[in-house]
Each structure stands twice: as structure tokens, then as C-alpha cells.
Design a protein around this ligand. Structure first.
Ligand code: 13P
Length: 247
């Protein structure tokens, strides 16, 4: 279907200049599969530093941005500011933003719309909690998240969706390839029914949650998994093997 494999590293609130220089060294040494798009989500204050160290073939993402261009919003960062210091992407709607900072589906939708309007590409995250999965609400939850997102996204060209089951994030409990594929596949069906066949065919859906070098290849072999959003392992040399999981 021609969906380019896309692997994001989400460094979350980790790293300092010295550590970042080390991680970048392993990325530069690679070698990285040229058929995979790579995006590094780093803390906003280091975007300009990381951009200066990474080759142009690797994208840089912020991990959050606000829904308007400027104003009295102490502590917030605008998409235009991320762009100004070298980012071309932003990760929005991560479960940590939803759960720890109380971000709602609609706020995330507004942030996505504004980031896209400002010319950033967006990795939009969705995913159910353990309680939701155990009460058989996985589809209901991810469909609701997608439905609100689709109110705000008119053109999906610059969007990647990251399906990250919350119970798999940072827990070492990766979804099995079958569990992940099952959700990716119903998301694609949802897109056919609610957006369009064309978007369903072209939208890249990443899997995120305890992806490692050991499980990446099997996950990558699933028909509807188009990449990964990687937390912990993106800070380690094994990230190179995860990027190359499609080889
Ligand atoms: P881990 O890979 O550490 O489980 O984190 C996943 C994640 O939250 C990526 O956004």
C-alpha cells in the first residue's frame, strides 16, 4: 500500500546535552534503513541542539504544543516556536499528557488542528487503559479518540496515528503482535467507515508500548503496523535495530 514505515523516538523528559550527544552518535553511526522515516521527539529546550547534531534525514519533534499561536499562556509552547527552532513534527495526545495533565480529546484535537495549520506534522496518540481493555472497551475508547480527532483534522496527509495501549507503556508488557494488529486493523476499518478509503489506505498507524529490539521485527511484520513510537528503548543503542525492524 506504499505506507512508508515511520519510527519515532519519544525521549519524554529525559536527557541532557551530554547524554543527547551520545544518543545522537549511535543514530549517526546507524546505519539506519533509508526506507524508514525516523523522528526524534525531544524535550522542547533541546530541539535546536538536537537539530544541529542530527542529519537532515532524521526529523525532530516537540512532545507538546498549545492550541494557539501566542499570548498569555505561561509555560506553553506554540507550534510556530517549535518550527522556529528546527522541529518539523510534534507528538500530541500522548497518554501521559492525557492522564497526568488532564488533556481532553477536544483539547488534543484543537492542538492537532493548530499544529497542522502552522505546518508541523503530527504524531497523534491514542490508546486504552488496562481497565478499559479488561472491560472490553478498547474499541469504544480508540474509536471515540479517533472520532474527536477527525472533527479537527480535515487533511490527514501530515498526520501519523500512534496506537499506544496505556498498559503497555513503560511496563515491559508489550501488546502481542496479534493484539496490536487486531486494534490497528479495526482502526483502519473505522477510517473506511468514518473518513475515507483513501485515508484508511494511506494513514500510517504506529504501535507504541514497550517496543524493544527483541520484539520489533515481529510487530513490524503485521500488515497494519506502519512503525513504532518508542519510549525507553529510544534512549538506547537498540533504537537503531528498532528503526531497522522492517529489513
Ligand atoms: P515505552 O517504549 O517506554 O513503553 O514508551 C512508549 C511510549 O510512551 C512512546 O510514546
Amino acid at each position: 500500500m506504499g505506507r512508508k514505515f515511520c519510527v519515532g523516538g519519544n525521549w519524554k523528559m529525559n536527557g541532557n546535552k551530554a547524554e543527547i550527544a551520545e544518543i545522537v552518535k549511535t543514530l549517526v553511526a546507524g546505519p539506519l534503513d533509508p526506507n524508514t522515516e525516523v523522528v526524534i521527539g525531544c524535550p522542547a529546550v533541546y530541539i535546536s541542539y538536537v537539530r544541529g547534531l542530527l542529519p537532515a534525514t532524521i526529523g525532530v519533534a516537540g512532545q507538546n504544543s498549545y492550541k494557539v499561536a501566542k499570548g498569555a499562556f505561561t509555560g506553553e509552547v506554540a507550534p510556530a516556536m517549535l518550527k522556529d527552532v528546527g522541529a518539523d513534527w510534534v507528538i500530541l495526545g500522548h497518554s501521559e499528557r492525557r492522564q497526568i495533565f488532564g488533556e481532553t480529546d477536544d483539547l488534543i484535537g484543537e492542538k492537532v488542528a493548530h499544529a497542522l495549520a502552522e505546518g508541523l506534522k503530527v504524531i497523534a496518540c491514542i490508546g486504552e487503559t488496562l481497565q478499559e481493555r479488561e472491560s472490553n472497551k478498547t474499541e469504544e475508547v480508540v474509536f471515540r479518540q479517533m472520532s474527536v480527532l477527525s472533527k479537527y483534522v480535515k487533511d490527514w496527509t501530515n498526520v501519523v496515528v500512534a496506537y499506544e495501549p496505556v498498559w503497555a507503556i513503560g511496563t515491559g508488557k508489550t501488546a502481542t503482535p496479534e493484539q496490536a494488529q487486531a486494534v490497528h486493523s479495526v482502526l483502519r476499518k473505522w477510517l473506511v467507515d468514518n473518513v475515507s478509503q483513501a485515508v484508511s489506505d494511506s494513514l500510517r498507524i504506529q504501535y507504541g508500548g514497550s517496543v524493544t529490539a527483541a520484539n520489533a521485527k515481529e510487530l513490524a511484520s503485521q500488515a497494519d503496523i506502519d512503525g513504532f513510537l518508542v519510549g525507553g528503548a529510544s534512549l538506547k543503542p537498540e533504537f537503531v535495530q528498532i528503526v531497522n525492524a522492517k529489513q
